[in-house]
Each structure stands twice: as structure tokens, then as C-alpha cells.
Design a protein around this ligand. Structure first.
Ligand code: AMP
Length: 388
């Protein structure tokens, strides 16, 4: 890099060795586990987030606190960093563009702008010839009815921007339900064909500035109330379907020109995979890589943005399962769960994110079980969580 703050310089091929300072925009659990992995590898980590008590700020070397859109705060953060990444995609793309004036910032603002908009995201993948759920852009009741002519009922109507974990989604069975949609709240929707999938799976692909890519094995995901509940590795898929998912995920990372990590979530029907959505960051479904793979997704993220050789994603054990711990585990009165009962179970690993306030549906932590059989580890993960 010629100079920090240079408005045009991008050090795209520079390697950032341990000892460098990595910046993380966002203070949640993904930033926390990234900071822990980066620290282990000898990096200094600066987190940019809302409060010093945020999960990532608790474990980082330094933090910069302030609104993610504030120019002075962005500059104060970015000028300390050699390379910058982020842990959630709904950060203003302008914040990331401004960070990149100071240091290479991955993924780029253009990737975020695409990942923040379901219509743009699906159009990008469709243009690249990748399989996506049949969809149409919808702005009002009339365009919904037009869309339904093409894609058919039932369909899922989703706000095109800022929806996650099922928020802003409506399953519509027929034209009769078109009046139930809160049209006044939004004029930018995507209508998707409702897919009666057999499974949901995801692939996390890492891509570094030199173009090297590496995928983790396919994760099989079960959702409850639209939120990821349990992930099992390996997924119970044929080799051909797994290979297809890995091939499509790699092409998706290339089509978006992502540097860092990209999680691609798929619906599986028969021998076909279809992209549901993507996230250009570490992903909940890959948390079990901390215990189950030679390289965790968080270490891989550090390697990718620092332009280091990507690590092996081979499994260290035949099977692993992850169960999320939501605020619901704390009960109505916020009672502390029975951690001792969980921790006495052999092979169960507990991860808590340091969030002080348990709330229903809030991701507070997760547990991972490794072993020799996928059904057994999944069962043990469920029973360990039940014991809380
Ligand atoms: P999303 O926020 O798009 O990942 O959706 C959350 C969850 O809703 C998914 O993981 C699926 O379980 C379900 N879902 C979303 N879109 C569809 C669809 N087109 N067909 C069937 N189920 C869907």
C-alpha cells in the first residue's frame, strides 16, 4: 500500500502476514469467532461496532464504537487497519466503500450491494446460468398477480431488502391472499415459487484475492420458525448432488467476485439443487467446522482476506452436528440454563457469545458434537440441548 487514506490505492495482491491488523465491521458472534481465530494466528483485531459490550468487542484487541454510517468513526476505525472485513451483509455499502479508501476491504461494496437485494442477487445468478428458485420482481398487488401467472401458486413473497431469518416473508396460497400483504410497508419485493424441497443444505466457499477457492463439505440444515436450528455434517446426499452444490457455490462466488467467504444456501429436490440465498460472510451452518474440520470457517476467512494459502477443509472426524442455543433456552424468567448437565456429556462443546440479555429467537450460542455417525451426533446434539 502506498499510503493509508489514499483514495485510489487498492492493495489487491498484498499478503497480510500475522502481526498485521485486521478490522472487522460488526460486533456480533460471527465477528467474535473471527476475532478469536485471527488472534490465535497472531493478528491484531480492531472491531467497529455499536457498544463495547458487543460479542466481538469483548474479545478484540481494540474496538471503535459508533454508528456504522458515521464518516469520522469509519475513518478512525479504518486508518488503524491493514485489511478489513465484515460479519453481516446489511452494513451500508457506503461504509464499506469508505473503508476501502484506507485498506483493502473484503467483500467489496459492490458485492454487498448485490447481496443486500434479493432481486439483484437472483438476477446475477440467473445471468451466470446458475440454478435459482423461479422468481419475479414485485412492487404491488397487480405485479404480484402477473408474477403468479408466470411462476404459479403457492409462492413466497419476500421483501427484497433487509429480510433475514424469515422476517418480511409471506407464503401465499392463492390470489385471494394478495390483499393480506402489507403493501404499504414496502414496494420492492421478490416473489418466489414455493419449493417443496426435500432438504436444505449450504456450502461455504472461501475465495482469496489471487482467485484460489476452497469449499467446505456440504452442510445439511434444519430450520425451526425460519431460523437455523440444527446442522449435520456430512449431509445425506448422493456424491453427484454434493458435487453439484459445491460446483454451483464456487461459480456463485466467482459470479459475485467475492473475496472472503460466501455461504450459499440451497434447496434440494430430487437430484437438483437451487440457490435460495447467499451471505458473503461466515455462516451459522459452518460453526461446526471449528471442531469438525482441519481449518475452521473463521480461520479460512482470515486466510482468504489476508491472501494466505487457504487451509484444508477436510473433516477431522466422520460426523458432526451443531444445535443453536436461542434465548428461549433461558426460559421466561431468564433463568440460567443447566450448563453443568450439558457439559458432563462426553463430546459436547459449548459456545456462548457473551450476550447479556437472552430474548426469544436471539442467537445466544451453539453446541457442537463430533463422533463417528451422523444420526448419533445429531441425536446427541438434540438431547444435550434438551437437557438444559
Ligand atoms: P430465507 O430467509 O430466504 O433463507 O428463508 C428462510 C426459510 O424459509 C428457508 O430456509 C426455507 O426453509 C423457507 N423458504 C424460503 N423461501 C422458500 C421457498 N421459495 N420455498 C419454500 N420454502 C422457502
Amino acid at each position: 500500500m502506498e499510503s493509508r487514506g489514499d483514495m485510489t490505492t487498492v492493495r489487491s495482491q498484498q499478503v497480510f502476514l500475522p502481526g498485521s491488523t485486521v478490522g472487522m465491521v460488526g460486533g456480533g458472534q460471527l465477528g467474535r469467532m473471527f476475532a478469536m481465530a485471527a488472534s490465535t494466528m497472531g493478528y491484531d483485531v480492531v472491531v467497529f461496532c455499536d457498544t463495547p459490550d458487543d460479542p466481538a468487542a469483548q474479545v478484540a484487541h481494540r474496538h471503535v464504537i459508533g454508528p456504522l454510517g458515521d464518516h469520522d468513526t469509519i475513518d478512525r476505525f479504518a486508518e488503524q487497519c491493514d485489511v478489513i472485513s465484515l460479519e453481516f451483509e446489511n452494513i451500508p455499502a457506503e461504509t464499506i466503500a469508505r473503508c476501502s479508501r484506507f485498506a483493502p476491504t473484503y467483500p467489496a461494496a459492490s458485492v454487498l450491494a448485490t447481496a443486500q437485494d434479493r432481486v439483484r442477487e437472483k438476477t446475477t445468478f440467473q445471468s451466470a446460468g446458475l440454478p435459482v428458485t423461479p422468481f419475479a420482481h414485485v412492487s404491488d398487488r397487480e405485479s404480484l398477480l402477473d408474477a403468479a401467472e408466470r411462476i404459479g401458486w403457492p409462492l413466497v413473497l419476500k421483501t427484497a431488502r433487509s429480510g433475514y431469518d424469515g422476517k418480511g416473508q409471506h407464503k401465499l396460497e392463492s390470489a385471494d391472499q394478495a390483499d393480506d400483504v402489507p403493501w404499504h410497508e414496502c414496494d420492492h419485493w421478490v416473489a418466489e415459487k414455493f419449493i417443496s424441497f426435500e432438504k436444505e443444505v449450504s456450502v461455504v466457499v472461501a475465495r482469496s484475492p489471487n482467485g484460489e477457492t476452497q469449499c467446505f463439505p456440504v452442510f445439511e440444515n434444519e430450520h425451526a420458525n425460519h431460523i437455523l436450528d440444527v446442522t449435520t455434517l456430512p449431509a445425506s446426499l448422493t456424491a453427484a448432488v454434493s458435487e453439484q452444490a459445491i460446483r454451483v457455490a464456487t461459480s456463485a462466488a466467482e459470479a459475485l467476485d467475492v473475496i472472503g467467504l460466501l455461504c450459499v444456501e440451497f434447496f434440494v429436490s430430487g437430484d437438483r439443487v437451487m440457490i435460495n440465498e447467499v451471505a458473503p460472510r461466515p455462516h451459522n451452518s459452518a460453526h461446526l467446522t471449528i471442531e469438525a474440520c482441519e481449518t475452521s470457517q473463521f480461520e479460512q476467512h482470515v486466510r482468504a482476506i489476508c491472501n494466505l494459502p487457504l487451509g484444508s477443509t477436510s473433516m477431522k472426524c466422520p460426523a458432526a452436528a451443531m444445535a443453536n442455543l436461542l434465548g428461549d433456552c433461558w426460559g421466561d424468567e431468564g433463568q440460567t440454563p443447566n450448563w453443568d448437565r450439558l457439559l458432563e456429556k462426553k463430546g459436547v462443546r459449548l459456545h456462548l457469545y457473551g450476550k447479556r440479555m437472552p430474548k426469544p429467537a436471539r442467537k445466544m450460542g451453539h453446541l457442537t458434537v463430533t463422533g463417528s455417525d451422523r444420526d448419533q451426533v445429531r441425536q446427541l446434539a438434540l438431547s444435550a440441548r434438551e437437557s438444559l
